[in-house]
Design a protein around this ligand. Structure first.
Ligand code: AGP
Length: 364
């Protein structure tokens, strides 16, 4: 890939459009069908060490932190290792307990974000094992980590991250599958995830083909002063990321909440002028999510759902293809990248260079 715009008006649009190829690249050469697992060359983690991991702690900032949240969910569900993600910028200031049985994972597109690098250095000083999930080859975080995996998204120029987010989540799915197959994930479960991963590029293409419909929706919602994003469990980090994307390039105020938390406060904000974007996958939580849509509708809130089928309580639904439950978050964020993009475009924003932001934050 070159830095050429390739016929697109912005780098962001180019990078959104490249996602099917980018995902294909992160999968290429890594799947082992015979043993229903994946090989990640640079991990430097032998099976015995992998079996001894008691916790996984993922550290990153901004979009990379959101990818880490989805990654933690994948590791918990596929490898059954307790996992969580935390902003590296918070972690490094709270004198965390560094545990020898915890695997630390630093996530970064640029590999140069100072808060992440400082967290890695502090962890290493205290004897921790740190892996990197990084896009830029040979970057500071990649060099500092004990091992890790590259996400192979290719160069990302736009200040806001899109294709790298998607590829990072896929890289976490590979890591989770790898750890799961060393521990107690069955062959058939491994195969189920591998088949799901293989479907991703085609499904991404299908989502991107609906761009003109998403553009129309974005133009309809572009007048909003503020927007709410909700999701539950796997859907919550998708909501967080979609709200960040909208804020960064359109400057519309946006908040993301777990759908389950609505009744604990944010429901007070719901009224016709505050649209809600709801992540509603067809999974074990579908009915719970539908109940949240009813709560919003009962207060005359406008709803845009991202779902696997039309949601009758929503004013509009963006229907995305269904994958395995664990992999759904990879796909559900993609239409919302386009939604943020077309909202910002309708508002005349400078999409590739949003105000006050830099591509990589190499200072404290
Ligand atoms: C992404 O859209 C943001 N501009 C920002 O949150 C970014 O993800 C964050 O600064 C971390 O960057 P990194 O992935 O290069 O470490």
């Amino acid at each position: 890939e070159s830095y050429d715009m390739g016929g697109h008006d912005t780098y962001m649009h180019k990078e959104i459009s490249e996602q099917a190829d980018a995902v294909d690249r992160v999968l290429r050469g890594r799947i082992d069908d015979r043993f229903a697992t994946v090989h990640l060359g640079g991990l430097n983690l032998d099976p015995r060490e992998a079996r001894g991991i008691r916790r996984v702690k993922i550290l990153g900032c901004g979009t990379s932190y959101h990818a880490g949240l989805i990654g933690a969910g994948l590791i918990e569900s596929l490898a059954r290792i307790p996992a969580d993600a935390e902003p590296a910028s918070e972690f490094r200031y709270r004198n965390p307990v560094v545990d020898p049985d915890t695997l630390y994972v630093a996530v970064s597109q640029s590999g140069e974000t100072y808060d992440v690098l400082a967290a890695v250095q502090e962890l290493k000083r205290k004897g921790a094992r740190v892996l990197g999930v990084v896009n830029v080859v040979g970057s500071a975080i990649a060099r500092e980590a004990d091992g890790g995996t590259y996400v192979h998204a290719g160069p990302e120029v736009c200040v806001v991250s899109t294709k790298c987010f998607t590829n990072t989540v896929v890289a976490f799915a590979l890591l989770a599958l790898h750890l799961g197959r060393i521990r107690d994930l069955s062959v058939s479960e491994g195969r189920r995830i591998i088949e799901g991963l293989r479907r991703l590029p085609e499904q991404i293409t299908e989502i991107l083909e609906a761009e003109s419909d998403i553009k129309k929706l974005a133009e309809e919602y572009a007048g909003a002063q503020s927007m709410m994003f909700i999701g539950r469990v796997r859907g919550y980090p998708v909501a967080l990321e979609a709200s960040l994307k909208l804020k960064e390039i359109s400057y519309i105020h946006a908040e993301a909440y777990p759908a389950s938390e609505l009744k604990h406060g944010p429901l007070a904000l719901i009224e016709p002028a505050l649209p809600t974007v709801a992540i509603v996958p067809d999974d074990e939580l579908l009915e719970k999510n539908r109940a949240a849509l009813e709560e919003i509708k009962a207060r005359s809130g406008r709803i845009l759902a991202v779902a696997h089928r039309e949601q009758e309580k929503a004013d509009h639904t963006i229907v995305v293809p269904k994958n395995e439950n664990e992999l759904d978050p990879i796909l559900m964020g993609i239409p919302l990248q386009l939604f943020a993009y077309h909202t910002a475009l309708a508002m005349g924003r400078d999409i590739d260079k949003p105000r006050n932001l830099a591509k990589s934050v190499t200072v404290e």
